[in-house]
Ligand binder design. Sequence first.
Ligand code: ZN
Length: 329
Amino acid sequence: MNALLRRLFAARSPAGTGARLSTLIFHRVHRQTDPLFPDEVDAARFDRMCGWLAAWFHVLRFDEAVHRLRAGTLPERALAITFDDGYADNHEVALPILSRHGLPATFFVTTDYLGGGVMWNDRITEAIRRTDQADLDPASLGIAGLRRLGIADLPQRRFALQALISAVKYLESDARMAAVEKIEHACGGNPPGPLMMQPEQVVALNRAGMLIGAHTKSHPILARLDIEQAGEEIAGSRRVLEELLGVPVRTFAYPNGRPNEDYGPEAVGLVAEAGFEAACTTARGTADASTSPLEIPRFTPWDRSRLRFGLRLARHARDTATPVVPVTA
Ligand SMILES: [Zn+2]
C-alpha cells in the first residue's frame, strides 16, 4: 500500500516548479488519550502517523520547504510538520517520536506562556476536569448566549468545554480573562500545573535540529487588535525567541489562523515588517509556487486508519486557499 500511496502523492505533488507543499498542523501530543478530548493525538497515534509520513513523503523543515517551493526546487511528495502554541508535551512526547522516525518539525511558540504559563482554554479545561460541581450557569458568570451546562459526567463535560471555549474565544482580552477566572472560581478547583514548555525545552528542541518559529506573545486574535498592539505581539514574540535561542527566527504562525476572521492584511504586513520570511495559517489546503510565503495553508487528516489518512491527504493535496493579501507576482 505504501508504494501505491507514494505514486499517488508523486502524481499530486511532483518535483520542481509544479511542486505542492503539504503542511500539517498539530498542537498537543498527549502521553495517553485525554478522556475530555478523545480525538486529540496521543503518543501511540502520533507514532503511527509519523511512520506513515516517513514512508510516503519527503519531510522538510518549514523554512527550507517554503524556500525551495519559491525556488522551484522542492522534491516530489514534499511535506512539513508543524506544531502550534508550545506545549511541554511537544518536547517530552513528540520530540522522541519524531527523532526515532528521523523527521524534522517546526514549533511555533507563544512566548508569554513559556515557563509555567497556562493558556486560557486550558484553564477552562482543567477547571472542568477537576471540579466536583454538577452544573454551571454561564449567564451568571457573564457569558452570554449559553444555557445552564451540566458538567457531572464525561459526555456533559466534553459538550460544556466545547460550548464554553467557543463562547469565550472571541471576547476582548480583558473580558476573556475575567470569564476564565469566573469559570475557575465557580468550579472551585486548584489551578493546573504548567502545561507549556520551559524555555530550556525550546532550546533543546532547537538543538535537536527542530525549527522554532513565533506565534505571538499572548495568542490574541490579531484581527481584533489595533495595529500597535498587533505589531508588538508579532515582533515581540520574535525578539524573545531570538534572545533565548541566539539564532534568527524567521517563521511565524497566526494564532487561530483563519484568513479574515483571525488575521487580516494588516497582520500580514506586520509579519513582513517584523522580518519573517514564511508564515502559516489554518486555512485548509496546500501551497504551490504562486502561494504567498506569508500565508501558507495547512491541513491534517485525523483519520485513524492508514488508508483513510493517506487518501484524505491525497484528496486535499491540490486544494488551494484564498489569501487575505492578493498575490500579484
Ligand atoms: Zn495557537
